[in-house]
Design a protein around this ligand. Sequence first.
Ligand code: FCB
Length: 449
Amino acid sequence: MAFKDGFVWGVATASYQIEGGWQDDGKGPSVWDALCRRPGAVFQGHTGDVACDHYHRYAEDADLLTRLGAKAYRFSVSWPRVLPQGVGKANEPGLAFYDRLVDTLLERGIEPYLTLFHWDYPLALYHRGGWLHQDSPDWFADYTRLIAERLGDRVGFWMTQNEPQCYLGLGHVTGNHAPGLKLGWGEFVTIHRNSLLAHGKSVQAIRAYAKRPSQISFAPVGSSTIPASLDSKDVDAARDRDDVLTHPTCWHRALFLDPPILGTLPKGFDEVFGKYGVTISDDDLRTIKQPLDFLGLNYYSSQRVRATENGVERLEYPEGYPQTNMGWPVTPEGFYWMVKQHWERYGLPILITENGMAGTDWVSDDGAVHDPQRIDFTRKYLRELKRAMDEGMDVRGYLHWSFMDNFEWAEGYSKRFGLVHVDYQTQKRTIKDSGHWYRTVIEANGANL
Ligand code: FCB
């Protein structure tokens, strides 16, 4: 059976991962430009200096989107490309690039889905204190206004931020991602608060300054926990694990979703973080909670738990369990549970803003890129998404990660997520078997899965 009418099929990318042109036309540096230059930070010292050279090849890439049959394209704007200092004077050539990109998409009948911040934070603002600075929410709101005024006559779908869990947790607590800080939990609450306020103020700015009616969300990590059985004890244990905070962590659903959607702090927040003397006030929560039109979710993999006498036990996947080239377990049924858990708690229509896998893909002797595992992976995941929709959950669309192979953060170019293969030496693009297959899925509106 086909997916429902109007279901949106597309693909996703992010600016730093594909654009390159890191110093072109007045772009300022980002924290990722800086981290890539720190010895040992990124696999084999790879950088996003050139990446997929999309900054220069966007028109060719738009043709590829057409060849994939994509109806929607999620991309992000590089904040330091349009505001080299993060605030203040705008960089006209940077803005003009996004004008061209958006126009090129629209000419091809592809709907732009714009993410304002997918981790390439302006280095100049980091030097002023970054997300620790009390003005950081306003910096983000001012940047949002610039983009909304410039592109909001043509862009109708907005995501304020991508995976705050990662740029805060990996970027500021464990230090694996830019800017590579290892802050304590008190400072974590400060940056968490500022990033939530930034989201709220950004939503307000889009509503105030975009001319087209706007559909607004953000794109957090779509975490889910799979219950070991359908026994209600297991089902409840799996759900509660992500809803109730029990210890300091950045990897917690409610920590990032309750404040912007429900306007509350998660259960357990005060017990866990209260002792650090920083909090999020009711006033803050009123700004943080803004009406959203949908909930974007990035989904890759899940853990599994079962209920025990005194709590919950995490179950390891058995030896030899299928995993992708990232080492992430293949968990299609987690897709169903993720949608169900988010739908039941937050009640917003859901858009899958990322899903996909890294594989060991290369160009074969016949000139094609054969990636049967990506086809199998995507089919299995999409069937579980359909299962959730068949139970009445409102899922609006699916954006595959990724349109093309790209710079996978600390893993550099060693991981390939694309439906399109990129030869980084020649910049030659080759649509993989999965890309050709995905086109047939789009054409059949999922009826051939
Ligand atoms: C997500 C990121 C995206 C990409 C995929 C594999 O966490 O949002 O940029 O790296 O993982």
